[in-house]
Design a protein around this ligand. Sequence first.
Ligand code: T5A
Length: 239
Amino acid sequence: MDRSGTAEPAERRWPGLFVVLEGGEGVGKTTQWQRLADTLRAVGQDVVAVREPGGTPAGDAIRALLLDPGSTLAPATEALLFASSRAQVVRDVIEPALARGAVVLVDRFLLSTYAYQGAGRGLPMDALRAMNAFATGGRAPDLTLLLSVPFAQAQARALARGAADRMEREDLAFHARVRDAFDLALSATWQARHPEVGPVTAVAADTAVEAVTVRCLEALVTRWPQQFAAAASAALQRL
Ligand code: T5A
């Protein structure tokens, strides 16, 4: 059992809310990240939405380097570049937004590094954990929504989208290791060992986009009923 059903964490020390969307290629994260931001803004919430890598001028330049199929990067270089983008966006965007009380929606965060650079590339988890701690300064998400779709369906979606970036060009075995790592992150044992990731909850994303948005909002309502009830109700009415 994951920790998503627990009450609002006592350790929350900032006025804003930090919510991350995660999952392998083609699960529909980016689609839901945009839809959640739009739905929350439509009911008057202050929302800051950024994606990793990216979200700052330096991060966008790092993103281009990381995703360019022409880049040749050693696994350690790749990991450090993802962490560099993260360090910048945490300090320039995420921290100030949380301090003023915004809902911060981030498309990928720590869990992606563990799944792609840890399970995918085989880099040591202890090194990645230390690197992540340095990059975030200890900032943990309040909740991660881990979108899941049957592997073949997600691969078909990603393929249908067209030109593949450097990460998407990795072979099926790489992406299967990434998927397994994401699945593992749903276990209570894994989450207890990785408090830096915060609580992780699964969202089934194998249906129409509108229904997945409702499921994401329901996961937020479970944890913060007052804050997200209006947005969830608006999304339900659009079904
Ligand atoms: N990475 C990232 C690391 O290796 N380590 C790290 O630490 C971090 C932070 C980022 C890459 O970097 C890696 C992971 C990634 O490989 P990216 O371009 O941001 O690159 O790639 P993704 O995060 O994979 O984002 P994508 O946009 O490519 O994929 P998504 O978010 O899973 O899917 P999305 O929303 O773009 O949807 C894919 C397609 O499916 C359709 C969409 O219209 C789109 O065509 N779709 C649906 N179709 C039917 N039903 C639904 N419910 C659908 N939802 C979406």
